[in-house]
Design a protein around this ligand. Structure first.
Ligand code: ZN
Length: 498
């Protein structure tokens, strides 16, 4: 195959795989949001069949020949990068037969159903056999994909290229040594910051109205759509069709607000990539940690600041006058930043959040290095919550079954959440040095924040690796000390700790 033929073949293939992936993304969004549960078996049969079709496209022998040819050509920066991604993915996909791939996909779909049922019924034993099976499958897959590497390192690298246990360890050590002792002190002073007004009755239909205003303020319009799910997520179908979801907890208005801001942060990353990359494998985020840094940037560093709420708080008050009419802006800000050990990761405050991740990281690490048995993982879970957060887990539905990730075999994903929070702190520090963030927000100029993220991180998608992007944006590689300092300063001040 000559270069021209190879390029033509690659272009044809790209169109085809993009079309299949877009339709599959839509099908998954539909499954997670509106599809009736009773058709789960039929739906999963179709989705599994489609995963087989996609396997055939991904391993098309003509594509393999084309990539072999193009790998050695100088095609310019963009095409070289594209061929790098396609070749990397081919390396993985071709290590498994179609039957193995479909069996794995089916195990994931089945596990999602048992997780869903187990969580609903608060019964870990419904999900446990599926989880055990997925872990075995994942161990086998890692050993085939990269026999020289430890299984968990293979998985960590999937979500954050070049990350490994050795690289995560110093970061989580800081969380253990610097943050956990502070949490234990803050837990004894919980009463000092009142946030009870956030847990009054907030009717869902009025929350929906405020959500519309909030999305308008965040410029999530035209290119975005928001649905409702138990577990909020973001799904980028195209650059100009980004779906997010939220849930309305009638006794926790902060949960709704910050999940919307969080997912909008993700959505921006999908939306603000340079249009010149449309249809290219480069038209995507560079890593899960970087994606999470964008969502947590908006949620915490921006969304929990006083400046963000100066213009928005009166709007919120107007919808919930009975609950918030007497709560001053300053008290509201203190309330939305209150801290204390809690059960649910997605609703955890900024200070305790990384410890929820530390727990998942240690369990995953133990599962894959064999030091933790896959039997009774719910017990291990509960013990760690007691040890690190000093909290008793009353049921598996609010314990090990709370997150969806393990039901779709996303082991190695969780650590990127803590990493993303820390990257966010590093980006925020640099942003504050370059512009007056509070002034922009107070003036209602939210666009300035969007532009900053676009220009410093988002616009060039996956064109460069995460270290390069972070260094370009902040002048240095990943440095967790900004995050640790931020948390310590913020919470010592809030709780008056010397
Ligand atoms: Zn997120």
């Amino acid at each position: 195959m000559n270069k021209e033929e190879a390029l033509r073949k690659y272009e044809e293939w790209r169109k085809k795989i993009n079309a299949y992936n877009a339709v599959m993304n839509l099908a998954y969004f539909d499954k997670e949001t509106v599809a009736p549960r009773d058709a789960a078996d039929k739906r999963n049969e179709v989705l599994n069949y489609m995963s087989g079709e996609i396997y055939d496209i991904e391993t098309d022998p003509e594509l393999i020949k084309a990539v072999e040819c193009l790998k050695n050509e100088d095609l310019g920066e963009l095409l070289n990068r594209e061929i790098y991604f396609v070749s990397k993915s081919l390396d993985d996909v071709t290590k498994f037969t179609k039957e193995e791939t479909m069996e794995y996909q089916k195990a994931c779909l089945d596990a999602w159903e048992t997780w869903y049922k187990g969580k609903k019924d608060n019964d870990y034993s419904v999900f446990a056999p599926s989880l055990k099976k997925l872990i075995e499958l994942q161990k086998y897959r890692c050993s085939k994909r990269n026999p020289d590497k430890k299984a968990y390192d293979v998985l960590l690298d999937d979500f954050e290229e070049s990350m490994s246990v050795d690289k995560y360890e110093p970061f989580f050590k800081l969380i253990k040594e610097e943050i956990i002792p502070l949490i234990k002190i803050v837990n004894t002073k919980r009463d000092e910051v009142d946030n009870s007004f956030l847990h009054k009755y907030y009717p869902a239909d009025i929350q929906r109205k405020f959500a519309k205003d909030l999305l308008h303020y965040l410029h999530f319009e035209g290119w975005g759509y928001m649905g409702e799910t138990e577990h909020p997520f973001t799904d980028g179908i195209f650059r100009d069709d980004v779906r997010i979801t939220t849930r309305y907890d009638e006794h926790n208005i902060a949960s709704t607000i910050f999940s919307i801001i969080h997912e909008t942060g993700h959505a921006y990353y999908e939306h603000q990539i340079d249009p010149k990359y449309d249809g290219s494998p480069v038209c995507m985020y560079i890593s899960s940690g970087m994606h999470e840094s964008q969502s947590r940037f908006l949620e915490n560093y921006i969304g929990r600041s006083k400046a963000f709420w100066v213009n928005l708080y009166p709007v919120l008050q107007s919808y919930f006058h009975e609950n918030l009419g007497d709560v001053s802006l300053d008290d509201f800000i203190r309330g939305i930043n209150a801290s204390g050990s809690s059960l649910i990761r997605t609703e955890a405050d900024e200070l305790t959040y990384p410890v929820h991740i530390l727990i998942r990281y240690e369990i995953e690490k133990g599962i894959f290095d064999g030091s933790i048995s896959t039997d009774n993982l719910n017990v291990v879970w509960n013990e760690m919550y007691k040890k690190y957060l000093d909290i008793d887990v009353p049921g598996d539905d609010v314990g090990i079954l709370q997150d969806v990730h393990w039901s779709n075999s996303s082991f190695g994903y969780f650590p990127t959440y803590a990493l993303g929070s820390a990257i966010g702190a590093q980006l925020y520090k640099t942003m504050c040095e370059k512009m007056d963030v509070n002034k922009c927000l107070t003036e209602g100029n939210f666009m300035a924040v969007e532009e900053y993220l676009k220009e410093n991180v988002q616009y060039d998608g996956a064109m460069h690796d995460y270290n390069y992007i972070l260094k370009r944006a902040t002048g240095e590689e990943f440095n967790p000390s900004y995050y640790i300092d931020y948390l310590k300063n913020k919470y010592k001040e809030l709780y008056n700790i010397k």
